[in-house]
Unconditional design. Structure first.
Length: 184
């Protein structure tokens, strides 16, 4: 289907009024990172594959990782692609003198870089800081995820982890929900 010379997807829907406000703000301030980020500090014999599977599944449950934004005649629209979440990158900080500090610095730097509103809206990472400790890091464009939705994704993540045979490997020491940076 064509709409104003732009391809219109059959499954496209308008963005919400809140999303439209974020989209408009991003148009006027493209260098501002309109995003939300958090990390979970996980201590224990972490099964990274199980962690990635749970975290990715939690985001797919809420469609945050499959949402795409596009314009039709200057109006923002959204659709949800039938795709898996982006590959979860594993960053190993153990080779640095202060691995935890390095991981936190990486998260801070990442939060200062804008995400494209027209690309992948969710970034999932595992930052290994010790042999038995990782940070599960999630960052999303605010058009795809807000604070409430982030908490719902975390709730889903914790429910899914109950289906892992040995849950003790998922001992969560603390989590950080970020406003300006992951270390606040």
């Amino acid at each position: 289907m064509q709409w104003g010379g732009t391809t219109m997807f059959d499954d496209a829907i308008p963005v919400s009024s809140s999303q439209a406000d974020i989209w408009l703000a991003q148009q006027f301030m493209p260098a501002v990172p309109f995003s939300i980020a958090y990390f979970v500090d996980i201590v224990g014999a972490v099964d990274v594959d199980a962690l990635v599977a749970c975290g990715s599944r939690a985001h797919r449950e809420f469609s945050s990782s499959t949402m795409r934004v596009f314009e039709v005649d200057g109006t923002p629209m959204q659709r949800f692609v039938a795709a898996e979440t982006e590959a979860v990158e594993i960053l190993d900080c153990r080779g640095h003198d202060r691995p935890e500090e390095r991981a936190r610095q990486w998260m801070n730097d990442d939060c200062r870089t804008p995400l494209s509103i027209y690309g992948q809206l969710v970034r999932l990472r595992v930052l290994r800081v010790e042999d038995d400790r990782v940070f599960w890091y999630t960052r999303a464009h605010h058009i795809a995820l807000d604070g409430y939705a982030s908490m719902k994704v975390l709730e889903c993540f914790y429910l899914l982890r109950n289906f892992i045979p040995d849950r003790r490997t998922f001992a969560v020491r603390r989590s950080g929900l970020v406003a300006g940076s992951p270390t606040e």
